[in-house]
Design a protein around this ligand. Structure first.
Ligand SMILES: Cc1ncc(COP(=O)(O)O)c(C=O)c1O
Length: 354
């Protein structure tokens, strides 16, 4: 590249960065003294700056661009949908909404057969919490310290991520946190049993008749990738069933192949009462989310109005992106590929450990 061209490109990047920094706010960051990378385009596993230099997107965006960047099949599906209809109120039925609901019922485990469509992970979680309260008539939600469920007020109070401290001093009511077993920090041979003794005591003290749901990440992600021990989810399911408590799996990060299955909880052989999803549902191409609910929960609202809603619920363009992305997971065998890649990563980690 000629020196003049290089200089011209640096100027373009500098101008873009300046507009961004002067007129937009950057998440989870101080605003001064930062120099965000200026991205021009993206393809496959690479992001490209304006001079064409590739950057390996090692985290797939925010662990959401599961099919890779710039897949024209998604663009075409989105354009096709936009040419038909870009927006209708969530009270309308559309072909794409129905097809996506049917597809999600097919790929989610057990009797999770109905989807409530949202706009992101946090709105899936907010609606899961509301639905659990509506369904059970109870108000408390049990979640794990060190979990992350999103940055809206309810989702943030539900989480245990320390980033919430500054904005969550007056934590939303009726979230109770618990410790989960964590191999690296736990002491003594009975750590799993002790953790369940703690949970049983917590439920007794809080009163099972006040607890609507236990909310857990399918597998922990942002919260430190703290792997749940084998059998933990199964035991949790038993505790919930015994106490009439709903079990919600937050699969916003662990869904859509991130852990070798469609959903993380499937690695533990458990069917939750609801699955909250987002991120990989559209591989990040369009903001979108969904809450899959069991037949028992859905049928409760057969006669009684379900008081949940969002302007962009079941957005046709987002539904089209999701449907195409799920088709790509299937046609390109990407879920199977995550299993192969997982085995490869595990083997290399063992080598490093040795
Ligand atoms: C497990 C989990 N739940 C919820 C969320 C929130 O998703 P969003 O940022 O789309 O609201 C995230 C985001 O990282 C997440 O990892």
């Amino acid at each position: 590249m000629l020196l003049e061209d290089k200089k011209a490109i640096l100027e373009i990047e500098s101008e873009i960065r300046k507009d961004n920094l002067e007129h937009t706010l950057f998440s989870w960051s101080k605003q001064k003294g930062i120099s965000p990378k200026v991205i021009d385009r993206a393809k496959g596993v690479y992001l490209y700056t304006h001079d064409g230099a590739p950057i390996l997107d090692f985290s797939s965006g925010l662990m959401n661009v599961n099919i890779g960047h710039g897949d024209p099949r998604v663009t075409e599906a989105v354009v096709r949908q936009m040419e038909k209809v870009s927006y209708v109120t969530p009270a309308c039925a559309t072909e794409v909404r129905g097809l996506l609901g049917k597809k999600l019922a097919e790929i989610t485990p057990g009797n999770l057969n109905k989807a409530f469509f949202t706009v992101c992970g946090a709105t899936s979680i907010e609606n899961a919490i509301k639905l659990a309260r509506l369904h059970t008539g109870r108000h408390k939600i049990l979640t794990r310290y060190r979990s992350y469920h999103g940055a809206t007020l309810g989702a943030m109070s539900a989480g245990g991520d320390p980033r919430r401290m500054k904005v969550d001093a007056h934590q939303a009511a009726n979230f109770v946190h618990l410790e989960i077993p964590y191999a690296y920090r736990s002491h003594g041979p009975d750590w799993i049993r002790e953790s369940f003794d703690h949970l049983e005591r917590l439920i007794a003290y809080e009163g099972p008749q006040t607890i609507a749901a236990i909310l857990m990440e399918g597998e922990s992600g942002t919260s430190g990738c703290l792997k749940l021990p084998p059998g933990y989810w199964k035991k949790l399911r038993e505790v919930c069933d015994r106490n009439g408590i709903l079990l919600i799996s937050d699969e916003v990060m662990s869904g859509f192949g991130r852990t070798g299955n469609w959903f993380g909880v499937e690695n533990h052989g458990v069917v939750p009462d609801m699955i909250a999803m987002a991120k990989g549902i559209t591989s990040g191409y369009i903001p979108f989310g969904a809450l899959m609910v069991s037949d028992a929960i859905a049928s409760r609202f057969d006669e009684e109005p379900m008081m949940l809603g969002l302007t962009y619920s079941a957005h046709p363009v987002a539904c089209a992106a999701a449907l195409e992305v799920i088709n790509i997971y299937e046609s390109d065998h990407l879920i199977e590929n995550t299993r192969a890649m997982g085995a490869y990563m595990d083997a290399r980690m063992e080598e490093l450990k040795a």
